[in-house]
Unconditional design. Structure first.
Length: 263
């Protein structure tokens, strides 16, 4: 049953992406071609998606000397860490007890909250929070915009000579090399709110999703098509990382993948 469920969910994702990203189907108008071929942007590392892990990978890659691009569909990075109204970093709070005697065996909360067991850089970010509130799952509850501005943006600025973040940018298609085994280039679309209010988030994203992925300007957004390519022949191979919520690079590259949970 587990394999059937995984196949079903993967099929749903593929169908959804094909409807938004894929070629035109009979009866539907094709996306208009861009006015001119977009300039080729070459990077050592190209990360699609701006989740917490993706942002950390981008900063680490840039700090290691790699010329890095991060493509984020919204207008700020951080994923689940910064997308909730008042997010908290879940911390363990329970104790494992002997099922027979009920005697405590391991205080998981004490172990998990020991600074020695927390990634040092991440612990430093949490320690730097201004007026963190406490809740039952965490000692750290914060306003997401403040966390982006005071914790994440300074990291981005420190790596700015090697890191370029493209906000409001989605992956439109993927081009493979002659072997069909490696990504040669991806085409992305960056939108700029024009007629839309509140930075382009004045209505549910589901109503704007098709617009995000269309290269044509609309009453709500002006678009810029970008093409991210591998490094020139003879140089170090570009690394493409899929950190999108839907696994867009995997689907568009027709790469095998598994999604779901172990059952």
């Amino acid at each position: 049953m587990g394999c059937h469920r995984l196949t079903f969910y993967a099929s749903l994702v593929a169908l959804a992406l094909a409807a938004v990203l894929g070629p035109a189907r009979p009866g539907l108008a094709a996306d208009p071609a861009p006015q001119s071929e977009p300039d080729a942007l070459a990077f050592d590392v190209i990360i699609a998606g701006g989740s917490t892990a993706a942002f950390a990978a981008a900063v680490a890659a840039a700090e290691s000397g790699a010329h890095t691009a991060l493509l984020e569909p919204t207008d700020w990075v951080g994923g689940q860490l910064t997308s909730s109204g008042v997010p908290a970093v879940d911390e363990a709070w329970h104790t494992i007890s002997d099922p027979k005697t009920g005697q405590p065996l391991l205080n998981v909360a004490r172990v998990a909250r020991d600074p020695a067991n927390i990634t040092p850089n991440f612990h430093a970010l949490l320690q730097g929070l201004e007026d963190p509130a406490q809740c039952w799952v965490s000692r750290f509850c914060f306003c997401p915009d403040g966390f982006v501005r005071k914790q994440l943006l300074p990291l981005q600025q420190q790596a700015s000579s090697r890191l370029q973040v493209f906000h409001n940018t989605v992956v439109k298609n993927v081009q493979l090399d002659a072997t069909g085994r490696r990504i040669a280039a991806i085409t992305a679309i960056t939108r700029k709110p024009t007629g839309a209010k509140h930075r382009g988030f004045d209505r549910l994203p589901s109503r704007d999703l098709a617009d995000w992925y269309s290269p044509a300007d609309s009453p709500r957004f002006a678009k810029q098509v970008r093409r991210f390519v591998t490094a020139p022949d003879g140089e170090q191979t570009t690394v493409f990382i899929d950190a999108t919520e839907w696994g867009e690079l995997l689907v568009l590259a027709d790469a095998p993948y598994v999604t779901g949970e172990t059952i």
